[in-house]
Design a protein around this ligand. Structure first.
Ligand code: SUG
Length: 450
């Protein structure tokens, strides 16, 4: 829990619902799982139900849960901006010509990885006592750069009480301010204080070692701007570089090699440069309560960590005040990853248990349990003030499962993306979803129709 001036805050996990066009297109260089599964047939219905099962599991642990909706895909508007014209069916046909890459890029369900939707600062830490959300511009990957306008509208529809929340404009969408959201941000807090760790992979201006093979998605300049935009006092923000070796090993976001909450951080030694100095700096801010566990390369290689995602676990607070790890099944199957997580539980850490869950459909695109959720600390009054029905309970879970069952296909390949019926089905499904979630007209296709 986070102590705020007025009330206790609890961390809500806002899970991204898997979208109706969930598929494996190999769109993310540097994300090894995405490349390895490119071209496989997908089952969007099973993937979405798998995501909802995770939500139910985490909610049953006593962790507050909420949902964020998918985005309309194929993104016909983006294809029109790329010069394709005619009616929607013609745009799809033309974009599918040649190698079809532009259509695949416009069709990803990638908004499901809500750890990249925004960076969030809780009201307990901000200068004006409000919760601040900064949607990420996601400029490094073209398919992800299509998300921010809709993400911003959705977050503004949900966090619409300006006395409590501010949803900012994303940072300028240039490579200088390349921002990937909460996947590169960790808030830690103990009785001694709070620290916001903003990780970055390259500098827009100035020298810093860079990865040689794969893109560094976040700039130092974006991290600094994010800390300012979120209205964090400068003494709470700490920027630190991801190791180029980690990025070149497939850790395209910090949350592939580190996860932390409250007074606890678990990390790989290749997550951050000079990790011992970082831990000393955090220790100085957070005091004796701060606990961390470091995996060495000898104990758990970056290759295993990237394949099995033990650090992409969720660290959730149980009603007892202790933490639990929600890890992907792949970590259970990888001996080094499983042993590491068991060590975390067996040593003197505030962690009681590790639970393994199946999110394989997301894992095959490089998204583990932690990628699928955006953490937002809210007080009870904040939660009541949300402008849509996004808080998860049994009733909403049942409605969403039925909606997926009715509206989603159970097989999808790249060839299907040009099918105008898929576009119509997706719009129909999302239109219904906005009614279930009482979100209003947040999508471009709904606004155009008004
Ligand atoms: O941005 N995968 C996502 C995975 C994001 C994971 N998020 C965090 N680590 N927080 C990405 O690379 C692959 C889509 C495809 O290849 O079809 C993709 O976009």
């Amino acid at each position: 829990m986070v102590a705020s001036g007025v009330e206790m805050l609890r961390e809500y996990n806002f899970d991204g619902l898997v979208g109706p066009t969930h598929n494996y297109a190999g769109l993310s260089p540097g994300n090894l799982a995405s490349a390895n599964h490119a071209g496989e047939q997908a089952n969007p219905r099973a993937a979405a139900l798998q995501g909802l099962a995770k939500l139910r599991f985490v909610a049953a642990l006593g962790v507050p849960q909420a949902v964020l909706p998918p985005q309309p895909r194929p993104d016909v508007g983006a294809l029109r901006r790329l010069g394709f014209s005619g009616d929607d069916a013609a745009v799809l046909t033309r974009a599918a010509e040649g190698d079809g890459q532009l259509l695949r890029l416009a069709s990803s369900a990638s908004a499901m990885w809500t750890a990249n939707a925004a960076t969030v600062a809780p009201s307990a830490d901000t200068l004006d006592g409000r919760t601040h959300l900064l949607p990420a511009n996601l400029v490094t990957m073209f398919h992800r750069s299509l998300e921010p306008p809709t993400t911003t509208r959705v977050l503004r529809a949900i966090f619409d009480d300006a006395s409590r929340f501010e949803v900012h404009e994303p940072l300028p969408a240039t490579e200088h301010f390349a921002d990937e959201g909460a996947a590169n941000h960790t808030r830690l807090a103990t009785g001694a204080g709070a620290a916001h760790l903003f990780a970055w992979g390259r500098r827009a201006w100035g020298e810093a070692p860079r990865p040689a093979r794969f893109p560094a998605r976040q700039t130092l300049e974006a991290s600094r701007a994010a800390a300012r935009a979120l209205r964090l006092p400068s003494e709470l923000a700490l920027t630190w570089q991801q190791t180029p070796a980690g990025i070149d090993g497939g850790a395209f976001h910090t949350d592939v090699l580190a996860v932390g909450t409250e007074g606890f951080l678990m990390l790989h030694e290749r997550a951050f440069v000079e990790h011992e100095r970082l831990l000393a700096e955090l220790g100085a801010r957070l005091g004796d309560e701060f606990r961390f566990v470091v995996a060495s390369e000898a104990e758990l290689s970056v290759a295993d960590a990237v394949a099995a995602y033990p650090f992409n676990s969720q660290l959730v607070r149980l009603p007892t005040g202790r933490l639990a790890i929600v890890a992907p099944r792949e970590s259970e199957a990888c001996p080094a990853a499983r042993r590491f997580l068991e060590r975390v539980v067996s040593e003197a850490n505030p962690v009681d248990a590790v639970h393994y869950i199946d999110v394989n459909a997301s894992m095959k695109n490089g998204g583990g349990p932690a990628c699928l959720r955006l953490r937002v600390a809210l007080g009870d009054d904040d939660a009541h003030a949300l402008g849509a029905r996004v808080l998860f309970d049994d009733a909403l879970g049942g409605e969403l499962e039925a909606w997926v069952g009715r509206r989603y296909r159970d097989r999808l390949t790249a060839d299907d993306l040009r099918d105008p019926a898929l576009l119509d089905e997706t719009r129909g499904a999302l239109d219904e979803l906005t009614q279930i979630l009482r979100l209003g007209s947040v999508y471009e296709f709904q606004r155009a129709a008004q």
